[in-house]
Design a protein around this ligand. Structure first.
Ligand code: ASP
Length: 334
């Protein structure tokens, strides 16, 4: 009897689910939980004794970007549009290692990189080795929408920018006194080749679940202080520092080489997809068992609007907001 068979197979599925044995099902995004957004301004060895006024400057900068994201999501804007807008604000803020305020490479030049990804289509765009594009995330988006490629680098990326409506600036536009001092210190310590990590804190990123359930992620950085010219980090590498699919959107920050080796962002969504883990379980496992202590952290949002922001460094500039009224910015493990 088909009806009886249906009932008994439903019962079997229910039993399997109760026993934790049900396979993960890719379900359509639920519209119920509403929008959610998380952003970061980098992870690293942040000093808890930093003067309060300085910390307040970071909090204000994070709050300003989060407010823009929150307001746009509340009025129904698209996840990719919001990610781009929020990352642009952070790129323009000299507190962070992206756009203006980005770190310098060993030759005293800024080489900027960024990526953006649409979780609903797996469309992605990324750029690396940029020297004159004021907002790298916007050029990444144009790579996504205007080319058949995913990642453009160096001269080719600059040439592509020339044909697009993106603002160009001289390389010095990105330099701040603080970054120049950090480069001098790093060069003095000969840190460039022997210590690839730990001096890039300030990378920015944003992950969004919009009102329609679409997920998107974007990340932008200057990389690591005193990096070798031509060094490419995890940020523009889809699956490493930036990733979005139907399960979650992830943006990472920390020692890029480690994020690349472990394909951190995609590993988090793959744990959800193939292992049936929740976002919190997957992100926690990757940050605390796959990465090494001090490597950094991620911000992530899943299709239900749940946010995870684990990090294994002393701090991570971060913020989160959602449709329930949550609105918070944090720096240390608070
Ligand atoms: N992940 C970035 C890179 O390695 C740096 C950072 O997030 O601080 O380029």
């Amino acid at each position: 009897m088909p009806h009886a068979r249906l009932l008994s197979s439903s019962f079997a599925l229910l039993l399997a689910a109760c026993a934790g044995g049900a396979p993960p099902q890719p379900t359509a995004p639920s519209a119920a939980p509403g929008w959610a957004i998380a952003l970061h301004g980098g992870a690293g060895t942040l000093d808890p004794t930093t003067p309060e006024a300085e910390l307040q400057g970071y909090r204000d900068a994070l709050r300003a970007a989060l407010t823009i994201g929150r307001d746009r999501l509340a009025r129904g804007d698209d996840a990719v549009d919001v990610c781009e807008a929020v990352v642009r604000v952070l790129e323009d803020d000299p507190h962070f290692n992206a756009g203006r305020g980005a770190v310098l490479n060993a030759r005293g030049v800024h080489e900027l990189e960024a990526a953006i990804m649409d979780g609903s289509t797996l469309a992605a765009g990324a750029v690396t080795g940029l020297r004159t594009v004021k907002n790298p995330v916007s050029l990444a988006r144009l790579v996504m929408t205007k080319t058949r490629h995913v990642l453009l680098g160096g001269d080719g990326a600059e040439e592509f920018a020339t044909g697009q409506a993106v603002e160009r600036v001289p390389n010095e536009h990105f330099t701040t006194e603080r970054r120049r001092r950090l480069l001098d210190e790093a060069l003095r310590e000969r840190a460039a080749a022997s210590k690839p990590g730990g001096t890039g804190s300030g990378t920015v990123g944003c992950v969004v679940r919009d009102q329609r359930g679409k997920l998107a992620a974007a990340t932008s950085t200057g990389g690591l202080t005193a990096k070798m010219p031509g060094r490419i980090g995890d940020t523009p590498l889809v699956g490493a520092g930036t990733y979005a699919d139907a399960f979650a959107a992830v943006s990472g920050t920390g020692t890029g080489e480690q994020f690349m080796r472990h394909a951190v962002a995609r590993t988090i969504t793959a744990r959800m997809q193939f292992g049936g883990q929740s976002l919190a379980e997957a992100a926690h496992a990757v940050v605390f068992t796959t990465l090494r202590q001090g490597d950094g952290g991620v911000i992530a949002v899943d299709r239900d609007g749940t946010i995870a922001m684990p990090f294994n460094s002393t701090g991570m500039y971060r913020g989160a907001a959602d449709a329930s009224g949550r609105f918070e910015v944090r720096i240390f493990a608070e």
